[in-house]
Ligand binder design. Structure first.
Ligand SMILES: [Zn+2]
Length: 417
């Protein structure tokens, strides 16, 4: 907490004013400033009195004398609409213990050409704006903005504690027009992204397990994993999270049955033109239909119709009701459904019923674990929105950085309030 100081601006010269506004502490002071209106920039030249001493940046020992200095420049927050730069001859000090090292200046981190406050502004903007828009806004190249955001996200992730993780959801999101994938691992209890990594195979689970360990977690402590029915994830879990039981995510399972209904409809519409344009009617539950879709429903006369699509739709509705059954009846309910579906004479429905049968254990596991990827769907939609806005992620690594930034619940720097 800074002391609440009031300054009598009238009695101050501009150097003292900027010194106070920057919160500079001795030995640092503002030596002079120049303002070029045409160029729209303010330059503040910082200095320290001859004979000043500094702390050693390595061992923190006080009283080190300047050995030599270098001119360094940092971009700071704008002064009104004008770009502002700090300049300082920055000393290296000679410490009897550690030798010669560059001092750490209180307004910037080592190696950065921006002040801490400028970087905090960039990170704050990046949480709600695409990186390219941030770059335009602060008038810097987007690679510099990426560098800042990556630094703070990595630093915050390095400190993240994953020791309490027991329930994990995993899903993939397509990056760069679906050519490649980034897998997301989410803590289903704390509801944040633990790990994002390129790829979607068994090795991504291995990478997650290693990352979990690196953050104080224990792969053997993971009891439940929610995932889609991909064999790769399943194998990866078995190999790397040995105590975890897989629950197949119910949204994925229902969506497979939906896909089968759509296949039936697409075949049938060739001989039954009134089905054209009705795809989204069949994807919904009756209670969610719009008025327009109800009309379509009525024209198709669903209840009495002999449409194959209508039958497939009924089979889907009944499958979905599995999730409303009492746990002790779930297995026999699924069995009856399977019998009905496999005798439907609708090939896509028969196929999906067999898939479901093969994955029955993981589907019924839901009645014990009660976990699903609902939270991942929410995160995914944030990520999709970010992707839509930010053309040019440049790499899947950058996409992972943005995912951590918006969905990682990390402790990131912010501007003082
Ligand atoms: Zn030292």
């Amino acid at each position: 907490m800074l002391p609440c100081l009031r300054y009598d601006v009238v009695r101050m010269n501009e150097n003292e004013l900027f010194q106070a506004a920057l919160g500079l502490l001795p030995p640092w002071l503002v030596d002079r400033c120049t303002f070029e209106q045409a160029a729209g920039r303010l330059d503040l030249y910082l200095d320290f009195p001859r004979g000043s001493v500094f702390s050693c940046p390595v061992c923190q020992a006080a009283g080190c004398k300047a050995y030599d200095t270098d001119e360094m420049t940092w971009r700071h927050l704008n002064f009104f609409q004008h770009q502002t730069f700090l300049h300082a001859r920055t000393p290296r000090v000679e410490c009897v213990q550690c030798g010669i090292h560059r001092v750490s200046v209180p307004w910037a981190r080592p190696g950065s050409g921006f002040t801490l406050l400028f970087e905090a502004l960039v990170v704050m903007l990046a949480k709600s704006m695409p990186i390219l828009a941030v770059a335009r806004f602060v008038n810097e190249h987007d690679t510099l903005v990426w560098r800042i955001v990556t630094h703070y996200v990595d630093a915050a992730r390095a400190k993240a504690d994953h020791s309490a993780v027991t329930q994990v959801g995993v899903d993939e999101t397509a990056s760069r027009r679906g050519q490649t994938y980034v897998s997301l691992f989410v803590d289903l209890e704390q509801r944040h992204v633990l790990f994002a990594t390129p790829g979607k195979d068994a090795s991504t689970v291995a990478a997650f397990a290693a990352d979990l360990k690196a953050h104080g977690g224990d792969p053997e402590a993971v009891t439940d994993v929610s995932a889609d029915m991909s064999q790769a994830f399943f194998n990866g879990v078995a190999a790397n999270l040995p105590k975890a039981v897989v629950t197949f995510d119910k949204f994925h399972v229902v969506s497979l049955v939906n896909d089968a209904v759509e296949k039936v409809r697409r075949i049938e519409q060739k001989t039954c033109p009134e089905l054209v344009g009705s795809r989204y009617v069949w994807l919904k539950n009756p209670e969610n239909l719009t008025e327009r879709q109800w009309e379509k429903f009525d024209t198709l006369d669903i209840v009495n119709s002999h449409l194959k699509t209508a039958r497939a739709y009924q089979i889907r509705l009944v499958f979905q009701d599995l999730y409303t059954q009492p746990p002790e009846e779930a297995e026999s309910y699924l069995k009856r459904w399977y019998f009905w579906a496999t005798h439907s004479r609708l090939q896509p429905i028969i196929d999906v019923a067999r898939t479901i049968r093969r994955h029955q254990d993981g589907i019924l596991r839901w009645f014990t674990s009660r976990i699903n990827n609902g939270i991942l769907e929410g995160i995914n939609s944030l990520v999709q929105a970010a992707k839509a806005k930010a053309r040019g992620y440049r790499s899947d690594r950058n996409l992972a950085t943005v995912i951590y930034l918006i969905a990682g619940k990390l402790h990131l720097p912010s501007l003082p309030t």
